[in-house]
Design a protein around this ligand. Sequence first.
Ligand code: MG
Length: 313
Amino acid sequence: MATLARDTRGRTRPEPECPVRTPFQRDRDRIIHSKAFRRLKDKTQVFIAPEADHFRTRLTHTLEVCQIARTIARGIGLNEDLTEAIALGHDLGHTPFGHAGEEVLNRVHPGGFSHNEQSLRVVDVLEAGGLNLTWEVRDGILNHPWRGSPATEEGRCVQLADRIAYVNHDIDDAVRGGILKGDELPKDAVEVLGDTHGKRINTLVIAAIEQSLEMGRVMLRGEILEALDRLRSFLFERVYVDSAAKKEEEKAKGVVESLYRYYVLHPGEVPLSYDVDPGPEVRACDYVAGMTDRFAIAQYNKLFVPRTWKLDQ
Ligand code: MG
């Protein structure tokens, strides 16, 4: 099942090989050293710009996906370096304020917007003139959403790990945020997967390894998959839609829309590093999509909120 580094379809611009690292290891390193990767630390997972220390951000989500994906990959003998590179890069294109920001850009931007296509755009074009990653890593990043069909088993592994990670850590954060009580989780799912965060991830990872080995491709099925889906539906009912965690979302959407429209009208204020497309809409979209929650709020305050007069100004 494994994708071997020596069989890679290669890079868009050919490069001399590294004497030490495989192409997939180099891709992982390029992603970790990118600015877009560092910005994940301040992008929403579920809770917008959380001030408390222990809520997930897009960065810690990414690390949890990576850890789960690597364990599954090692268990079934996939290429761990390729898995790691795809996992670390999969969410680089997320907007500030998570899916709320994504929804707005998709509505207002003429070309539409989706975070996975933007993740690919970040590594192909926006980050330091393009990271020139291998075909397999780019494919895994682009096709990581559940509806996607990655070409490699490593891509499928990240797709599954993403779902295992977010369903479980979003429950954990919702309990931490007082939106759920631990004993409110659907009983049937808890019986199958376990009564703690750690037990549930363990059950899912072990089942993924066993079932994938049995079927000859990465998958999760049967009652384990049903239990995971049950938890996910429960999150939609109780956390992702209309909960206290979402109460700032309308404001967040207003911030993203206002910034986008402002930079379309003022292309000269978009940093030169985003000057990779002649259209002001695309540049505004790339710039706003790349912002962290905190930077977007600061820019909004600077552009749209009048400052009070102080004598020392
Ligand atoms: Mg993700």
